[in-house]
Design a protein around this ligand. Structure first.
Ligand code: NAG
Ligand code: NAG
Ligand code: NAG
Length: 486
């Protein structure tokens, strides 16, 4: 057979094309193999797929639930030890407030079983389908189980029975909850996770301080929890790490463990450069300060304030350039405020801020620093700073690294030692404002997909629809066709 010029040419180009294809496929395989929680891999493809929510292994926040209110409106009972007076409240209470106000606004009938506030004033909300059933707390400040159960049964037998029941932590004891198949409990801190805090505290204990009993007692506490947790029908883990522990250590069947990370109100916490500038001007931060670090929360030992104090003190002493260019804003108050004031001009203690001021504070800073030593769920402040478009620096605790600071594109993590805190702070400082802004954008992009109140409300709504329908296969709420954000 005669070989013509054209056929040689086409054979050659064929080889080139094959070669190019090989290179491309090699590159794409390489790209996709990006190890760990890689940012680009998490965000690029939005695959359409059918999900069995019962077996969904990651946070439900990754699922794009529809925004229209559902056809079926639910009657939901909520048990929570305390109801927050305002926005200044701990994580659990704020979670209850944001979530159930959101569900009420979507049309569900919400009945909240809680204790008398320490004040006589009880907040009012502009929604008519939110009902409070208040009782006297026990001496220990818990919900009096006999009284709330009576209130609950009265409500259950008037009008229509409850479709779903929600307990914030152990507000409804397992002794009452054990027979409720349509119940979900949200855990905001479990004993196994806290062991990490106990270890950190023990390591940082001064030799003259007595050894804390917590460390030895914690293991017993874990065993107790492993025994009674399964009595609750469904479990909501508020971080990926807690979800893993509930399944692996607490041995709760995976179809009863659902991960829903808390969300914060995206209408309140959002980037606003002008507001940030104004706030800086108001408190008199000169332009020569090229790094504004922000911390927020109660200034107590548990939240890592002594550790951060020692790190900053050493850095201000040993590096005059760092001292001249850096300012630390601390929103909050507590026993450590006075010590921080001793650090001088570089540290501004702003006291407790209301929500409006807090949003300005987040916008004014370059990076949000959370040195918490409490390995219990996720601090809301991390999520608020994220939605304000700020990069984060936080302690290397599993819930934080597993759900929020999932890589160096989002922020910085450090080990809870003065040495590691200093190294990381120096890195933040040397990276500079531009790099911090980039990380803040990446954090915002991811946070806006995952940590909004809207996202959290949609996920819980779906969960309540699922458990309300019980074994009714016609409803099929457990099955979902959706793009998943991975
Ligand atoms: C009691 O009410 C006042 C305002 O009326 C509020 O500032 C304060 O935080 C409340 N205390 C508690 C514990 O809720
Ligand atoms: C609530 O009412 C329904 C319908 O009457 C009943 O089946 C259910 O057992 C009641 N739940 C409780 C905990 O009493
Ligand atoms: C401060 O630290 C930086 C970075 O490590 C270093 O380049 C600089 O020389 C130090 N300045 C002083 C005054 O120690």
């Amino acid at each position: 057979m005669a070989i013509t010029r054209t056929s040689i040419w086409s054979f050659r180009s064929f080889c080139y094309i094959i070669g190019l294809l090989c290179v491309f496929s090699f590159l794409s395989v390489y790209w996709c193999r990006c190890p760990g929680p890689c940012y680009s891999q998490v965000w690029e493809p939005k695959q359409k797929q059918t999900i069995n929510l019962l077996a969904f292994p990651s946070a439900w926040n990754h699922i794009a639930f529809p925004s229209e209110p559902p056809l079926k409106l639910l009657k939901i009972a909520v048990f929570v030890k305390k109801w927050p007076h305002r926005s200044q409240a701990g994580g659990l209470e704020r979670h209850a407030l944001t979530l159930h106000l959101g569900l009420a606004k979507r049309g569900h009938e919400i009945h909240i079983f809680t204790t008398f506030p320490s004040n006589s004033s009880f907040p009012r909300y502009p929604v008519s389908n939110l009902y409070f059933h208040i009782s006297k707390p026990t001496a220990g400040g818990f919900l009096d189980q006999a009284s709330v159960w009576k209130q609950f049964q009265t409500q259950n037998s008037t009008g229509r029975p409850f479709d779903a029941v929600h307990s914030e932590s152990v507000a409804l004891r397992h002794t009452r909850a054990r027979n409720l198949h349509n119940l979900a409990v949200s855990w905001h801190g479990i004993a196994y996770e806290t062991i990490h805090s106990d270890i950190i505290q023990e390591l940082s204990r001064a030799p003259e301080e007595p050894q804390a009993h917590a460390l030895a007692e914690r293991a017993t506490k874990v065993v107790e929890e492993v025994k009674f947790f399964p009595r609750y029908a469904h479990h909501v883990a508020t971080s990926d790490h807690a979800g893993d522990i509930l399944k692996r250590i607490y041995m709760i069947p995976q179809e009863r463990v659902h991960i829903i990370i808390n969300g914060v109100d995206e209408a309140i916490f959002k980037p606003d450069i002008a507001e940030g500038k104004e706030f800086k001007k108001k408190i008199g931060i000169p332009d020569s300060k090229s790094l504004v670090l922000g911390m927020a929360g109660r200034l107590v030992k548990d939240k890592g304030y002594p550790l951060m104090f020692e790190a900053l003190k050493q850095m201000f002493e040993e590096n005059s350039t760092f001292r001249d260019t850096t300012v630390v804003l601390v929103a909050g108050d507590g026993p450590w405020a006075a010590r921080y004031r001793d650090l001088g001009e570089n540290v501004r203690i702003l006291g407790p801020l209301d929500q409006a001021q807090l949003t300005k504070f987040y916008n004014a800073i370059d990076i949000f620093v959370n040195p918490t030593l409490r390995a219990q769920g996720l601090d809301h402040t991390l999520l608020e700073a994220t939605l304000s478009g700020k990069t984060l620096m936080a302690t290397r605790l599993a819930s934080i690294t597993g759900s929020v600071i999932v890589g160096t594109k989002i922020g910085y993590t450090f080990s809870p030692t003065v040495k590691s805190a200093k190294e990381t702070l120096y890195r933040v400082w040397l990276d500079g404002r531009g790099a911090l802004e980039k990380k803040g954008e990446a954090a915002l992009h991811r946070g806006f997909e995952l940590f909004t109140a809207t996202k959290m409300v949609a996920a819980y709504e779906r969960l309540f629809l699922c458990i309300a329908s019980g074994g009714n296969n016609n409803d099929n709420y457990w099955e979902f066709h959706s793009p998943v954000l991975f």
